[in-house]
Every structure is written in structure tokens, then in C-alpha cells.
Design a protein. Structure first.
Length: 216
């Protein structure tokens, strides 16, 4: 299975559906250690992305998956407040930029893994976060590790995506005992311990959406 424009669009739409379904839970997580707007911000952002995809200015199908994901990132940056818009926006723009251009062979599982790695680098460069800081990096890093391990063992995209989803979900859960060192949650100091990071939770949704659409 290669990463074409249809798969990229299905992924974005699956993320939007997951955010719509889980936005209240994400907001509850953020209310405990943040501004309490993570779910509502992502919901607004992905609603705007869907409006672009369904509108007259939607990316052309022959523009390739990179153009669609880049447009997704640009829309998130322009429509989402707080930290999540720039972080996820930069991530999707980096993923899109790392994918082959139209006319080139499409990315396979290994190539898409490198694009996901570019997304993680963009997040880390912008947020200056490291694993253990209690951010979305703590979910994206084990997701990427699991994805690469699966690909190295000969897995295709569906199997690698499933491994990544499991890694992201475990990573999100593992943020609960951490003390936040970045973002508004860091202002709470020890009081941030015992709460799941909302960005890590939404990252788990992102990877689970990828696993679901590639499995289907």
C-alpha cells in the first residue's frame, strides 16, 4: 500500500471525525493542566480543514498527498489558537513537504515513516520539547519508533500504522506520572503529575485514525 492523495484525504477526514467524537474528553484533560481549550481548538481547526476539502478551493487531486497535507497544516495554523494550531500545523506541513512530488513514485511504508519523522522534527523544533517533557512528543516518539520497527521487520503500511497507534496510545498513557516541563502545564509543577497530557492524547487519535483507514 502506497500513500496516495486518496489515502491522505481519508486520513485527514478520519482525524477530523475522531476529534469531533473526542473533543470534550480532550478539553477535560486540558482543563486539568492547561487552558481548557485543546478539544475545542482542534475541533474548530479540523472543521476548517474539512471546509477547505469540501469547498471550491480544495487541493487538486493531481497535486499529490503532499499538497493536501501541506494545505491541512496551513489551515490549522491559520484557524487554531493556542499551541496546538502551530504545532500540528507545522507537523502536517513538514509531512507534506517530505512526501514525493507529483510525477514521482509515491511513498511506500518506509517513505511515509520518514515523512512522519519530519513531522516530529517540526514539532520538536517549534516547541523545543524532548521526550519526558509531558507533551505530544511523548506520544509521537514511541509511535514513530514502533512504526519504524514494524517496517524494518517487513511490515506494510497497515501493520506499521497499527503498531504506531499502539505506541502513541501507550505514550499518551505514560505521560500521566510525568511532571510537565513545557507549556502552561509546567506552571503547575508537581501538580501536573497524575494527569494525561492532552496533546499526547490527541496525537494518539491521529495515529489511531491512520491505523483505521489503512486497515479498512
Amino acid at each position: 500500500m502506497d500513500v496516495d492523495t486518496r489515502l491522505a484525504e481519508d486520513w485527514v477526514r478520519a482525524i477530523a471525525a475522531a476529534v469531533e467524537r473526542e473533543h470534550e474528553r480532550l478539553t477535560e484533560l486540558d482543563s486539568a493542566i492547561g487552558d481548557g481549550d485543546h478539544g475545542s481548538n482542534l475541533r474548530r481547526g479540523f472543521s476548517a480543514v474539512l471546509a477547505v476539502l469540501d469547498g471550491p478551493d480544495a487541493p487538486a487531486p493531481d497535486g499529490g498527498p503532499g499538497a493536501l497535507l501541506t494545505r491541512t497544516g496551513t489551515t490549522l495554523i491559520s484557524k487554531v489558537g493556542g499551541a496546538s494550531g502551530p504545532l500540528y500545523g507545522k507537523a502536517f506541513r513538514a509531512i507534506g513537504a517530505a512526501l514525493p512530488q507529483p510525477g514521482q513514485p509515491p511513498a511506500d511504508a518506509a517513505g511515509f515513516g520518514e515523512a512522519l519523522a519530519a513531522g516530529l522534527r517540526a514539532v520538536r523544533d517549534l516547541g523545543r520539547a524532548e521526550p519526558g517533557d509531558k507533551t505530544l512528543v511523548d506520544a509521537w516518539t514511541p509511535a514513530l519508533d514502533a512504526y519504524r520497527t514494524a517496517v524494518a521487520a517487513g511490515a506494510g503500511l497497515p501493520e506499521a500504522a497499527a503498531a504506531a497507534a499502539g505506541g502513541a496510545e501507550r505514550g499518551a498513557l505514560d505521560t500521566e506520572p510525568l511532571q510537565a516541563r513545557k507549556g502552561r502545564a509546567s506552571y503547575l509543577g508537581p501538580r501536573s503529575v497524575g494527569h494525561r497530557d492532552p496533546g499526547a492524547a490527541s496525537t494518539a487519535l491521529l495515529f489511531r485514525a491512520l491505523a483505521d483507514i489503512t486497515a479498512g
